[in-house]
Design a binder for this molecule. Sequence first.
Ligand code: PLP
Ligand code: COI
Length: 341
Amino acid sequence: MDKKDIDWANLGFGYIKTDKRFVSDFKDGKWDEGRMTGDDTIVLSECAGVLQYAQTIFEGLKAYTTRDGKIVTFRPNLNAERMEDSARRLEMPVFPKERFVRAVLDTIKANEAYVPPYGSGATLYIRPYMFGSNPVIGVKPADEYQFRIFTTPVGPYFKGGVKPLTIKVSDFDRAAPRGTGNIKAGLNYAMSLHPIVVAHNEGFAENMYLDAATRTKVEETGGANFIFVTKDKKIVTPKSDSILPSITKRSLLTVAKDYLGLEVIEREVLFSEIGDFAECGLCGTAAVISPVGKVNDHGREICFDSGMESMGEICGKLRDTLTGIQLGETEAPEGWIYPVD
Ligand code: PLP
Ligand code: COI
């Protein structure tokens, strides 16, 4: 199989149309058998549930070429489970886990020519999603749905790769207590578009959202969870019912404990204490672990010891170990790596 002629090393986090995508339709109470198609377009009723009431959920994961040239993906079973939670919360049908995982592997295989080579720094991003497709005008769930998976080769989410970021404390809230912050619903991202444009216009890479009820606790950013490192090298990460349970974060906590021998603490993190931490990182599929050098709170700068020049020591070790596992350089925990063929 010949790889596509793409400048892998200079890819940003953008959309490039690849050859194939998976589609399955839900009608009359059941999913059809699904199919792979070359058609990247979707024709919908003007009144489709997704267009009127934003009934849409998604997932994100990556495929990698390992050191020995195999194509693999990372913990797709957890994306399947999280998508089940998202579907239930938005009154959508569940796409069965085994079928989800199979379809992810098949879609990667069908786009093998777009999986970036080992050592390029790029990966194939995989985007499973589901939406209400039949006309809905009274506010209620759709009866028909489409589940799809497309792929796109990507480079780093943040320009500059692993250079420390400056982020701002947002004046907006991301998720209400008992709302939808803990699922991956399109609506959570729609609401973040204005705050991210504001942040970018002010020169910041991302927003730090605080808890909506008290605005005293750290939640997450628009697309990643936080990891902090204490001065005595313990890992602290915010615990909250209104943040997305990041698969990268859960994996990094295992890496910290089992590979690096570090203590890991999941607890509420007060905004007032973040200046005490030595390092801060944003973790997610797209972000991997991206270092934060500074948080700007309405002009007051909170600087981490790791500084603005390079990634802190512990975040660096976490990143190297996790990417080593994903690239087949470091032995993976049982069940984390799924070969594509
Ligand atoms: N938080 C939000 C709001 C996200 O959009 C993402 C990205 O998926 C994450 C956290 C990280 O989750 P994961 O590590 O599963 O990609
Ligand atoms: C991911 O990391 O997969 C995400 O979905 C984040 C998104 C904001 C690109």
